[in-house]
Design a protein around this ligand. Structure first.
Ligand code: NDP
Ligand code: 2IT
Length: 449
């Protein structure tokens, strides 16, 4: 048997090994989508003859550059910077920048590939991209972060622009870093342009961008529960991560009547059976703003338990929301969740569940929301920030929040439309097919290139 989507290869694995060797995260992201879109391509000879699949999995540009900068001890450090401009068929490249030692081409290609589908699902005109650096901000001074951002933008500025590519934040890149990056871009180019999103509101940033990913995740969850004639009130929720996505998801879930009992970071997790409150969430945010701190101190401040070196997946709850990083939830963790009677798993992070964990969820027939649909609220409000920057006029928070909720409801509806079989919604399949159709149609219309 040969692999029908790419001529000359026996299997998807052979194809990926040949075209993208040693990129396990990228292989995982492509494999997960291929199962769902293959029947659509097989049913459309025009997609096959335009070789849409092979074009879709090849990034338009992969840029990497040296970032040399001076630390507080006046030593010169060298990091690697990247921008993967994955697919620009439906709009300028758009996606976050991640600063983390684990950043490499495989990770950024998986993120850029997923971003292409996610951005299509928002209904806004944005292509997919991702970038960042292997720079580790833990323990760095504010001055060092600023010097690193200046050096990073000294290279990146050539490749981005409001009509080319509009980066934003991701892991370890928040409002502070975006501010420094924007300042560097403005000084280098002498242009005040909406070239980044997630900016401060005094220089073109949108209301609600900070909250958007976590809030949007919970809006998506509320839609899933509503579709099953259920709601969030009184539900227990375990969340991993303690950053932007995790803390805003917690905040919104609590405000809708849920009880959030865990958060985590790269050192371990806290379990607070009394549930998080706004005061506790605010403390976590302030505490974790300093890179390299751990959540352990939460326990002496508020009680509960700290478990080092593990995620929270063994804690019994109705809903699980992985909001930290890729492949943080493996097969054994998925089995624990199912054994503990979890109703829904919602991915706030990008690809947090391993392929084996996803298979466990699929066969258990629970509600499962894939990241590319459920965490699209952040990039959706980034899209709204782009429009506001174009008009040079900012909308108020209530307007943006309402639009965000509408977009998440629409994404949910698209997943239901494309993913329902025999009364059950396969949200992953729905998201993959809905995103694919839009990008593939645009690629087909624009001819070969
Ligand atoms: P933050 O940097 O604000 O927070 C990241 C959190 O995840 C921290 O608690 C961090 O712990 C933890 N974490 C990071 N790497 C690891 C690791 N290797 N193992 C365990 N824990 C880890 O990032 P965000 O909240 O912005 O991003 C979280 C996830 O959400 C990512 O997958 C990102 O791609 C995704 N996402 C983000 C969006 C956004 O708008 N920001 C939009 C859509 C998706 P520690 O502090 O110890 O490092
Ligand atoms: O993964 C993501 O969607 C993000 N990090 C947000 C990207 C953006 O451009 O707002």
């Amino acid at each position: 048997m040969t692999f029908s989507l790419a001529d000359g290869y026996d299997s998807l694995e052979d194809f990926l090994d040949a075209r993208a060797p040693n990129q396990p995260e990228f292989h995982q992201a492509v494999t997960e989508v291929t199962d769902d879109i293959k029947p659509i391509i097989d049913a459309h000879p025009e997609f096959k003859s335009a070789n849409i699949f092979e074009r879709l999995v090849e990034p338009e540009q992969v840029i990497s550059f040296r970032v040399a900068w001076q630390n507080d001890a006046n030593e010169i450090e060298v990091n690697r910077g990247y921008r993967v401009q994955f697919n620009g068929a439906i709009g300028p490249f758009k996606g976050g920048l991640r600063f983390h030692p684990s950043v490499n081409t495989s990770v950024l290609k998986f993120l850029g590939f997923e971003q292409t589908f996610k951005n299509a699902l928002t209904g806004l005109p944005m292509g997919g991209g991702k970038g960042g650096s292997d720079f580790d901000p833990s323990g760095r001074s504010d001055q060092e972060i600023m010097r690193f951002c200046n050096a990073f933008m000294q290279q990146l500025y050539r490749y981005i622009g409001p009509d080319i590519d509009v980066p934003a934040g991701d892991i370890n890149v928040g409002a502070r870093e975006i501010g420094y990056l924007f300042g560097a871009y403005r000084r280098i180019t002498n242009r005040f342009q909406g070239v980044l999103t997630g900016k401060g509101q005094s220089f073109g940033g949108s209301e609600m961008r900070t909250e958007a990913t976590g809030y949007g995740l919970v809006y998506f969850l509320a839609e899933m529960l509503k579709h099953d004639s259920d709601d969030l009130d009184g539900k227990s929720v375990i969340i991993s991560g303690a950053g932007n996505v995790a803390t805003h998801a917690a905040e919104k879930a609590v405000s809708l009547g849920a009880k959030v009992i865990t958060l985590s970071d790269s050192a371990g997790f806290i379990h607070d059976p009394d549930g998080l409150t706004q005061e506790k969430i605010d403390w976590v945010r302030a505490h974790k703003a300093k890179k390299g701190t751990t959540l352990e101190a939460y326990v002496s401040k508020f009680g509960g338990d700290w478990t080092a070196g593990k995620g929270p997946w063994g804690v019994k709850a109705d809903i699980a929301a992985p909001c930290a990083t890729q492949n943080e939830l493996d097969k054994d963790s998925a089995k624990m969740l199912i054994d503990n009677g979890v109703l829904a798993v919602i991915e706030g992070a990008n690809m947090p569940s391993t392929a084996a964990a996803k298979a466990v969820f699929r066969s258990a027939d629970i509600l499962f929301a894939p990241g590319k649909a459920a965490n699209a609220g952040g990039v959706a409000v980034s899209g709204l920030e782009i429009s506001q920057d174009r008009m040079r006029r900012l909308s108020d928070a209530d307007q943006i929040d309402e639009t965000l909720e509408g977009i998440m409801t629409d994404i949910h509806a698209a997943c239901v439309e494309e993913g329902t079989r025999d009364g059950h919604v396969d949200y992953s399949k729905g998201a993959n097919i809905a995103g694919f159709r839009k990008v593939a149609d645009a690629m087909l219309s624009q001819g070969v290139g």
